[in-house]
Write a protein that binds this ligand. Structure first.
Ligand code: NI
Length: 155
């Protein structure tokens, strides 16, 4: 287990369009493990590789639902339907929240860590999280597209 440093808004890596993963090797699997550890340690529901300083197309998500931990390599959202506005936050933008419009239902295709092609249809929080994390791979933060932004209550 290793915890990684979470990059914060203003770090140039968060603005990069990330590169496709070419090879699923030991290094990538270790990165996915460390990303999951870092997400859980920070009470996040998702984290994208650029948030830990690596500009590749890899995401981990755990919305505490039946899906459990999901690892998405080279994810592509192939279908979007409906729209919903809800509040989002991000480990890279601490103590800031915003109202963001997202598709209500999405289908995403990706590779798992065995290199097997997977697809997943999601609604609700999981759909929102997939869209938020895929945006990170395009160098976009939720504060770039939020309808409104507010500060959280200080602890
Ligand atoms: Ni985020």
């Amino acid at each position: 287990m290793a915890l990684l440093d979470v990059r914060k808004a203003g770090d140039p890596v968060l603005k990069e369009v990330c590169k496709p993963v070419e090879k699923i090797d030991k290094n990538l699997k270790k990165l996915l493990d460390d990303m999951a550890d870092t997400m859980y340690e920070n009470d996040g529901v998702g984290i994208a590789a650029p948030q830990v300083g690596v500009d590749i197309r890899a995401i981990v998500i755990d919305c505490q639902d039946d899906h459990g931990l999901i690892e998405l390599i080279n994810p592509v959202i192939t279908f979007r339907e409906g729209s919903e506005v809800d509040t989002e936050g991000c480990l890279s933008v601490p103590n800031i929240f915003g109202e963001v419009e997202r598709a209500a239902r999405v289908k995403v295709e990706f590779l798992n860590r065995r290199g097997k092609k997977q697809h997943l249809t999601a609604t609700g929080l999981l759909a929102r999280c997939i869209q938020h994390e895929c945006d990170h791979l395009e160098g976009q933060l939720f504060i770039d597209i939020a309808q409104s932004i507010h500060r959280g209550k200080d602890d």
